[in-house]
Design a protein around this ligand. Structure first.
Ligand code: ADP
Ligand code: MG
Length: 456
């Protein structure tokens, strides 16, 4: 592989990990300047990009490089002074000030104030594949886009990571913008929203912020679970929510779990969230995963052997983002080699993406993830306290210790507040039985599993 091909391969993968605006901003005019066995020197446009890339993206870049070439050990960035188009220093300062105010991860395109809706045109209904796992959510979102404010309000969509919540929310916003060009639409992840509220309170201009928010016709808030525990922000949001709701403005929310399962969400806000339509997105079945793959191939104008597609669809089950990542890797191969990968090559190329999750979880990790999800102290789970809000998460811990670590019932009992093994068996049976017909619990357990086995 030449340096140029290698960098193309890296960029192709980065595109899947960062927003379009970010990609255009930070990766434009980058290339590999030189490379020896271990080190790669990457040329960038200006010193600001250099700083940004090395702070925010160097580990991602290195990870991708290493997945393509295991010998690479380090990367460095160098300003390519031939093509300097350094931003004037005042604007650098401005961007940095804004960054301080609005958080570091935001691509700076997105936080310039003149961007009105924050929507990404890449997401629409046409490229959103519908199957049993998401049809209710899709139908509800479609109905809302036809008649915002009047059908389901709020619309609350929940489901696991990488299953299309952001896509659907944004598609809804984009369609409303198309059908109702006069409506003011605002998309924001809840963290952004919260940090704006916190900042406004600190600067004593919450009134102004509220006034601005009340002018919105369609408020789309992604990942609402981050409101958990943020009392002041919840209170302010509650008032804004009520105002918008009473003025028949549309509110659309997403979360990684149902409102009921978000701990430390104020009851009144929870009941507002539950007051409209709640739709979940589940996990696509094999046929739907295959249909998604076929559609993405068509979109990217690429043909892959159906055995290869079937392989991906059977190996990656519960994350569409990962399915796209796998596909992307094969596309890169195809571009570089100008031929489709065979099944054998595909298996090799996807080895580290598809390898069964390493069972590296532990007792400690299970306690940590469960206590975090249910907003409890770790010591509560380990105690023998019998308060209702602890008993159930503790039963979930028991279930997971058995399922994930194959621990014996008596040993689980000993670790969790000195319980008898019959209590553990009871807990396991209860959760196991409930999982068969309680989708909410299933989502929660899936979420816990994702966290147990994710790298971060
Ligand atoms: P979430 O917000 O639930 O974590 P995203 O909406 O970011 O997930 O989806 C992850 C990726 O998978 C995105 O690139 C998205 O376009 C794609 N995707 C998700 N669901 C679908 C779908 N039903 N059809 C086509 N692409 C999808
Ligand atoms: Mg999302």
């Amino acid at each position: 592989m030449t340096n140029e091909e290698l960098w193309q391969a890296v960029l192709a993968q980065i595109q899947f990990n960062v927003s379009r605006a970010n990609f255009a901003t930070w990766f434009r005019n980058t290339k590999i300047l030189s490379k020896n066995e271990r080190d790669v020197l990457i040329s960038v446009e200006n010193s600001f990009s250099k700083e940004w890339l090395s702070n925010k993206y160097s580990s991602l870049i290195l990870k991708i490089l290493r997945s393509l070439d295991k010998d690479i050990k380090s990367i460095e960035f160098k300003v390519n002074s031939k093509k300097v188009s350094v931003l004037p220093s005042t604007s650098i300062k401005k961007v940095k000030e804004k960054e301080k105010l609005e958080g570091p991860q935001l691509p700076f395109h997105e936080f310039t104030l003149d961007i009105k809706t924050n929507l990404n045109p890449r997401y629409n209904f046409d490229n959103f594949i519908v199957g049993g796992f998401n049809e209710l959510a899709q139908a509800a979102a479609w109905a809302v886009s036809e008649n915002p404010g009047f059908v389901y309000n709020p619309l609350f969509i929940y489901g696991g990571v990488g299953l299309g919540k952001t896509h659907l929310l944004q598609a809804t916003g984009n369609r409303i913008a198309e059908l109702f060009p006069k409506k003011k639409i605002k998309y924001a992840p809840s963290e952004r929203f919260i940090s704006n509220i916190v900042e406004a309170i600190r600067n004593h201009n919450i009134g102004e912020l509220k006034k601005k928010l009340k002018e919105i016709d369609v408020l789309i808030m992604d990942d609402a679970q981050f409101f958990a525990g943020k009392e002041k922000s919840q209170e302010e949001f509650f008032h804004i929510f009520n105002f918008l709701y009473q003025s028949q403005k549309q509110i659309i929310l997403s979360s990684d779990r149902s409102p009921k399962a978000i701990p430390a969400l104020e009851q009144r806000l929870r009941s507002r969230f539950e007051g409209g339509m709640i739709a979940d997105i589940g996990i696509p079945d094999f046929e739907t995963r295959l249909a998604i793959l076929r559609a993405k191939c068509e979109e990217k104008n690429i043909e892959l052997n159906s055995r290869v597609l079937e392989y991906i669809a059977s190996a990656i089950k519960n994350n569409i983002r990962e399915i796209e990542g796998a596909l992307n890797r094969l596309i890169v191969f195809q571009k570089i080699n100008t031929k489709s990968p065979s099944l054998e090559i595909a298996k090799k190329l996807l080895e580290n993406l598809i390898a069964p999750p390493k069972k590296t979880t532990s007792f400690k990790k299970i306690i940590q993830v469960v206590s975090n999800l249910y907003d409890l102290q770790e010591k509560d789970l380990l105690s023998s306290a019998r308060r209702k809000e602890i008993v159930r998460p503790r039963q979930i811990v028991m279930y997971l210790l058995r399922e994930e670590l194959h621990a014996s019932y008596p040993s689980i009992g000993r670790k969790l507040g000195g319980k008898d093994h019959t209590t553990v068996i009871y807990a396991w049976e209860k959760i196991d039985k409930e999982l068969k017909n309680n989708d909410e619990l299933l989502t929660e357990i899936n979420l816990i599993r994702q966290r147990l086995y994710s790298e971060f």
